[in-house]
Design a binder for this molecule. Sequence first.
Ligand code: ATP
Length: 602
Amino acid sequence: EKEEVKQALVEFMGKLYPGNVLRDANWGWNSTSDPCTDKWQGVTCDGGLQSVKKIVLDQLNLTGVLDASSVCEARSLAVLSLNNNKVAGNIAEQISNCISLTHLYLSGNRLSGKLPGSLSGLNNLKRIDISNNQFYDELADMSKISGLLTFLAQNNELNGTIPNFDFSNLVEFNVSNNNFSGPIPDVKGHFNSSSFLGNPGLCGKPLSTVCPSAPPDKKKGSSNYKYFMYSGYAILVLIFVLFFAYKVSKRNKPNDERTNAVKKGVKSDNSSNKNSGISSDLKTEGYRSEYSITSAEGGTASSPLIVLSSPLVNELKFEDLLRSPAEIVGRGKHGSLYKVMLDSGVTLVVKRIKDWTIPRDELETRMQRLNQVKHPNVMPVVAYYCSKQEKLLVYEYQENGSLFRLLHGSQNGQLFDWGSRLSIAASIAEALSFMHKELCDDGIVHGNLKTSNILLKKDMDVCISEYGLKVVENQDQSLLAQASSIENNDTTSGHGDDSTFKVDIYGFGIILLELLTGKSVQSNGFDLAQWVQSVVREEWTVEVFDRALISEGASEERMVNLLLVALNCINRSPDARPTIDQVAVMINSIKEEEERSISSDQ
Ligand SMILES: Nc1ncnc2c1ncn2[C@@H]1O[C@H](COP(=O)(O)OP(=O)(O)OP(=O)(O)O)[C@@H](O)[C@H]1O
């Protein structure tokens, strides 16, 4: 079979670069050498040098045609990149044989014809760039490709209407300078007009042309992203002003009960938190003195912005946040996330949660408790602030992004291998196990575990963010169903009932599924858990596991074992789910096996 693949690849190159004689002798690509062990030009293989994973032949003046049927004999091929050559002809339907394909880069060639419909069947595809060619006719409906991150098709001659892509998951999208027509689907505010310009027949948002008969959906949310970036600053200012007004009005109303509650909360805080201090002694001019008066009146040190211990921002003041440039980086149903750049060069994020009906003293106790329980893989809250309408939480900004981004396509197309996925799973499980143990009696769960809340630190180690910000309404329907089916059988003391923590086990199970399948859980009506559960075991290898893992040669046995752990975690009945301790032990043993097998390979 290996021989057949080699012959097919030689044929592919023969058509791609017909002037054989011109080809550099060092290129390989002939039947007397091996693509992997003899390192053919542009070819990358899996670790065991058994199968071809990538073919990158950018900018080599290739003047032939793309023989999809031959190149796709290499079933393990994940990346095919022929950018900036002079390749002509069309893409044949046989491209669908490239079942492992995740990246297809054909930008800057002379390709033409209709894009094959079979392209939409390649459901491992993450990035497609066919820009700057001469493709024409209609696009196949790519919305079926659930994990697609990039679709670049600008500067072609494509026509028809724009299919309804999963715009909330797409990171890059451009169809400008084509002949598309009709209304633009709802891009959910993710893309602005520059992605659509130069198509005379297109109408609707984000373009300024209004559709003639059936006007497009005019949801507010589809305004362009830039607008939100700039409005972020204004919104932040508004929140603080509102808060300030609220504080002043409160000052005139005696509220003994509340003051006492605060007093109590802060008393214990002070004793446990001497060094970090609470930024309460606001002695200076301007409106801040108002806070001082409030504090004095209350007889307590209750400042709005409470800084927990952090070497980064010891002296962080409310005003610093107010003054610094901010931009919005995320907008959810329950609040927004702002990136704030302080004068000192430190970058923070401020998470603003609306409608969180947690009493102030409970939030304070919770924050102080979380501040005592520290784990290197759990992101500490730098500061927080609480009013009736608003809760703000301040964290350090992590420029390496989240597990969501890493998993669903990294910028430079580098693949996220099995070993790293396994270590990440093990680190999360261990950190969570530590937190659950420490916070058992307090009953504080993470509450919203998902890949976008797993961030990557500078050293690319993982860090669980937003621990303890459980907003009940924030949970999706399945979690709500899980939570409501929890039977409190009064077996444990305090409020830290074991089953409370089972919500996190469910969330962690879904993270494992994403690591194993490479698919995103939040896709247009696609339910990852339901889908995996519906696939019979014999089909797991072919259907469920991420093609990238299969082609990398990851151990199927260990992937199956990890999938069994995941399925256990997402059991419908919370009682049947393992504890995070048990999960951590299982994952560690899979990881140890993996390490043993690697060292015995060498
Ligand atoms: N401290 C941080 N540093 C860098 N990026 C962050 C940080 N915290 C969150 N993010 C990223 O910012 C984006 C928006 O985060 P946000 O918390 O608003 O939304 P979310 O995690 O998708 O949903 P939820 O509101 O349910 O937590 C996410 O992609 C997240 O990974």
